[in-house]
Design a protein around this ligand. Structure first.
Ligand code: CDP
Ligand code: CDP
Length: 216
């Protein structure tokens, strides 16, 4: 039995999952886990060792223990690409399942990722799937990384960003183990015309309604 509710936040890259999940956790007084960081850390380990992230590696769980998940370089785009490659390996996913489930054991949790509502917590109390068009998501990631929307090469860089996001989403959605997809019972939130505050308000409305029926 868990010590609190589990809220799953899934969706494609740069949809605003992390921003929402962090605020939702704060509003509901729950611990928050960015599960993408686990895959990014494994991808980073492969890059640092000069290994091909698409090739299976030994002892992932052990290497991960020695990695600082706060390292700012985990946020780099090349690490996201490496993360997506290691994330397609069944052994990597299997090595990370228990860490994610244990995280929610004591007090419940909000977790964001790709397979939280489908594979890690198919019995999550609340499932949200946060999405937006590739163009919207590319702009969000561009601005988040300090991109200047008035720079002369802005259009070219946005196109590049969008291509990279599309390619990673395609890989994440088509892998054999725990592909990215909305669970049948997930609430899908299309956020193209919503700011982060509006997304939080909608998510809180859904979560509080669900949690009230569970408590009743
Ligand atoms: O975790 P994920 O990759 O899905 O996205 P994020 O890092 O939480 O959000 C990407 C950027 O979009 C951040 O700079 C957010 O402030 C911004 N944003 C958002 O999160 N939600 C919106 N509705 C609009 C923008
Ligand atoms: O922030 P962004 O949405 O760009 O990426 P992320 O959430 O940090 O995830 C990086 C990569 O890790 C994704 O492209 C997925 O391949 C993988 N991932 C996954 O497979 N399952 C998760 N629960 C979380 C991330």
């Amino acid at each position: 039995l868990r010590g609190g509710p589990v809220i799953a936040v899934d969706g494609p890259a740069a949809a605003g999952k992390g921003t929402l999940a962090r605020r939702l956790a704060e509003a509901l007084g729950l611990p928050y886990l960015d599960t993408g960081l686990l895959y990014r850390a494994v991808g980073r380990i492969a890059l640092d060792a000069g290994r091909d992230p698409a090739q299976p590696a030994q002892d992932i769980a052990h290497a991960l223990l020695a990695t600082d998940l706060q390292r700012p370089d985990l946020r780099l785009p090349e690490v996201a690409q490496a993360a997506s490659k290691v994330a397609a390996q069944p052994a990597v996913r299997a090595a990370l399942v228990e860490t994610q489930r244990r995280f929610a054991l004591d007090r419940g949790a909000v977790l964001d990722g790709r397979d939280i509502g489908t594979a890690i917590f198919p019995d999550a109390d609340v499932k949200l799937f946060i999405t937006a068009s590739p163009a919207t998501r590319a702009l969000r990631r561009f601005l988040q990384m300090g991109g200047d929307s008035t720079a002369p090469d802005c259009a070219a860089r946005l196109r590049e960003m969008e291509e990279a996001l599309r390619a990673r989403d395609m890989a994440d959605a088509s892998r054999e183990v725990a592909p990215m997809r909305a669970a049948a019972d997930a609430h899908v939130i299309e956020t193209d015309t919503m700011n982060a505050q509006a997304v939080l308000a909608e998510a809180l409305r859904i979560a509080q309604a669900r949690l009230a029926t569970i408590r009743a």
